[in-house]
Design a protein around this ligand. Structure first.
Ligand SMILES: [Zn+2]
Length: 427
């Protein structure tokens, strides 16, 4: 298929300014970029005037719940939610049932993905068997199946000696670690941030130090063993500053991610026990939001990841303490970043392309994609002049546990293309 996209404004990770040009695609690749390109015979032409052309996003932290929790999400529905949100690649977390802790389960999950997903799916593997924190998982076998990221996400690997040993072993195999940081004894029932709001609601809160202690511990373990440590979903100011301090030392390989919800919301948003604002780590304060944004702008955070965590309406309708942690993010992330940060001038498309497309791919050892001649067609068209209403009908995730439910935000993912295929095109 020949496709000519005309008058597109092209975004890249290297420049905040957008370049207006025509882009000719065929055989699943970008063939030509220039002004007033001639359309080959039979080519389809899409006039992209006013719209932004950029590489597809990549989410290095998603829970697609298969196997074991298919009532919440499946690899099929979760990857369709990704496409709906302009995301063309995902990394699964291993807290499924059974947990993804052996070559066999990795093989089964990747097989489901091959059969049911229209975008590339990568999976992480557990650090410990069953995520129980005792015995090492089948690290060697998982590496043989292509796994690079090891994590007990959902929980911290509680025993530092176990993590230390895993780091010594897996680093030699070219693998890295992703840490969910939380001292369980301090975090308690993990309902919400410890502060004014938890006192007002009368629920035992989780103090930020429950997270910060493990951020520091796990970076120290990586420092001692030579491992690469990736800190997941950082929620606090001091957590960000800890990572920044270690990065400035320059003698440990540490990367980190921030989720859109931790940039945008605070514990005050919980209001009347709204479980759509309950996640782990919890929402904290405005000062934390501001510090996390600062960390994203100065590169302390290498990437943005959603921590897409679907739960059924029944589960989320329980009382605040009983309801499970997590919100969905795949359908909403890119539009919400546009609405709250790009449209308001807090950052530009270059940051989004770098932090939500290029860097997460590099973390996984994949080449970043860009809008350049010779690159594979892995791209989206975004219309900043349109709006998206996140109705139940709009969202492709099986679950709709998101604070954005029924909100209308500025921006719309209009087209998603991967190789020869247009995966999404809005009328
Ligand atoms: Zn987590």
């Amino acid at each position: 298929m020949n496709l000519l996209i005309t008058n597109a404004r092209i975004a890249s990770e290297i420049s905040p300014s957008l370049t207006e040009a025509d882009v000719l695609l065929s055989d699943g690749k970008i063939q030509q970029i220039g002004k007033s390109l001639a359309a080959p015979d039979g080519a389809r032409i899409i006039d992209a005037a006013g719209r932004i052309l950029m590489p597809g996003m990549f989410d290095a932290h998603v829970h697609l719940r298969e196997p074991g929790f298919e009532t919440k999400e499946t690899i099929a529905t979760g990857t369709e939610a990704a496409i709906n949100g302009g995301i063309t690649g995902v990394v699964l977390m291993p807290n499924t049932s059974p947990a993804i802790d052996s070559a066999t389960v990795v093989g089964q999950v990747l097989d489901i993905a091959r059969r049911t997903a229209r975008i590339p799916v990568y999976t992480s593997g557990c650090v410990t068997k069953g995520r129980h924190g005792k015995e090492l998982s089948g690290i060697d076998g998982m590496r043989g199946q292509g796994v690079r990221m090891l994590t007990d996400d959902g929980d911290t690997t509680a025993d530092p000696a176990v993590l230390y040993r895993a780091m010594q072993y897996a680093t030699e195999l070219g693998m890295f670690f992703a840490s969910h940081c939380e001292v369980p004894e301090l975090a308690g029932p993990r309902a919400l941030n410890c502060g004014a709001m938890s006192y007002r609601l009368g629920i035992k809160g989780s103090p930020a130090c429950a997270e910060e202690i493990i951020i520091d511990r796990d970076i120290r373990l990586a420092h001692a063993t030579g491992a690469h440590i990736h800190i997941q979903h950082v929620s606090s100011k001091l957590g960000m500053e800890t990572i920044r301090w270690w990065k400035q030392r320059g003698d440990v390989k540490v990367t980190a991610e921030v989720a859109p919800h931790h940039l945008l919301f605070t514990d005050e948003d919980i209001g009347d026990f709204d479980t759509h604002y309950k996640m782990n780590p919890p929402l904290r304060t405005k000062a934390d939001n501001d510090a996390l944004l600062e960390g994203l702008l100065d590169g302390t955070f290498d990437l943005i990841a959603t921590d897409h965590a679907p739960h059924t309406p029944f589960e989320k309708s329980q009382d605040f303490v009983s309801a499970p942690n997590g919100i969905t993010g795949l359908d909403t992330a890119l539009v919400s970043l546009h609405h709250h940060f790009i449209a308001t001038g807090k950052f530009g498309w270059d940051l989004v392309v770098k932090r939500f497309s290029a860097e997460p791919r590099r973390l996984m050892g994949l080449p970043a994609v860009s809008i350049e001649v010779g690159q594979p067609a892995d791209l989206i068209l975004f219309d900043p002049g349109k709006e998206t209403t996140f109705s139940k009908e709009f969202m492709k995730s099986k679950s709709q546990n998101t604070p954005f439910l029924d909100q209308t935000l500025k921006g719309s993912v209009e087209l998603v293309m991967l190789g020869e295929n247009i995966l999404l095109e809005r009328a």
